[in-house]
Ligand binder design. Structure first.
Ligand SMILES: Cc1cc2nc3c(=O)[nH]c(=O)nc-3n(C[C@H](O)[C@H](O)[C@H](O)COP(=O)(O)OP(=O)(O)OC[C@H]3O[C@@H](n4cnc5c(N)ncnc54)[C@H](O)[C@@H]3O)c2cc1C
Length: 262
């Protein structure tokens, strides 16, 4: 059980940052992951009064506040257009609507969960994160870095024409995924991200130009084989490493062909 001694609704990011430097203090997102921990928290730091619950749009990007919920992502028309439905597809399997009404972007990204659908798609979209002290950096760098005591304030998704597809494999509906796979293609450049291998999602790019001339069935197969050969897979109760590697090839190839078919 999670036990909280003190609660502070932060009045500023500065206050939240100062409080989170103390080892036994914890920043709250939607608390869905946190509440499952057996932990004794000194001060819980609530960011809900800081106006971080908005999705802002500029000419070049979408800025997601840390307290934006997964349900907001799922229903946002601009994100839906930008990703051709992949944003909604990436979150729709996560437990249920009530859950997604609470789970936040900040908690999902800062948690860097090895099973994360959200992280997988955002990596393929070349998202950036903004940390109160650490400043702006690529999500790929942030996801690969060790955990730090900072406040994630925003996630930035660049705009621009791109094809996007999201696919995941689950043993049963709403369970954690066995494998997650996101693909994006922009000006002939293809990026794929695969997660739940199990392990934090990682990006892979078509460095050999296997798809430079367009997506053909042979090119998609070659890229899928290359991607499945590059990632490291592991086993857990949901699937073996070998099964995941097979599924990776299938999802990457299907995703590429779906992109071409659109
Ligand atoms: C039963 C269950 C099933 C799930 N299934 C899936 C699934 O299938 N796919 C999937 O992608 N995800 C899944 N999730 C994860 C879920 O979608 C959320 O990502 C997770 O609950 C964290 O979001 P939260 O808002 O609840 O964060 P919290 O639980 O409140 O926080 C998570 C962590 O992030 C820190 N934190 C939160 N916000 C910030 C911030 N702004 N700055 C710095 N640190 C911060 C907290 O201190 C904590 O360490 C599941 C979670 C649960 C509990």
């Amino acid at each position: 059980m999670l036990t909280i001694q003190n609660y502070v609704r932060a009045g500023s990011l500065e206050e939240a940052y100062a409080l989170c430097q103390k080892k036994n203090n914890v920043v709250l997102g939607g608390m869905l992951w946190l509440k499952m921990q057996r932990n004794r928290v000194d001060t819980a730091i609530d960011l809900s009064g800081l106006g971080l619950d908005q999705i802002e749009e500029t000419d070049s990007e979408y800025r997601l506040g840390a307290m934006v919920t997964l349900r907001q992502l799922e229903l946002h028309p601009g994100l839906d257009r930008l990703t051709q439905g992949a944003m909604a597809e990436s979150v729709r399997h996560i437990v249920g609507v009530q859950f997604r009404n609470l789970a936040t972007v900040g908690g999902s990204v800062f948690g860097r969960f090895g099973f994360s659908d959200v992280l997988t798609l955002l990596l393929a979209l070349e998202a950036r994160v903004v940390l109160y002290r650490g400043g702006e950096q690529s999500l790929a760098d942030f996801a690969a870095a060790p955990r730090q005591r900072d406040i994630l304030t925003h996630v930035i998704i660049p705009k621009g024409e791109r094809r996007v597809v999201y696919l995941s494999q689950r043993n049963t509906a709403t369970d954690f995924p066995v494998l997650t796979c996101a693909l994006s293609r922009r000006e002939g450049r293809t990026l794929c991200a695969v997660g739940a291998r199990p392990g934090r999602a990682e990006p892979f790019e078509d460095g050999q130009g296997l798809l430079a001339g367009g997506i053909t069935p042979e090119g998609a197969q070659a890229f899928a084989r290359e991607a499945a050969g590059r990632f490291r897979f592991g086993s857990n109760l949901r699937g073996s490493a070998q099964y995941r590697q097979e599924i990776c090839q299938v999802l990457v190839r299907r995703g590429l062909l779906a992109m071409e078919g659109e």
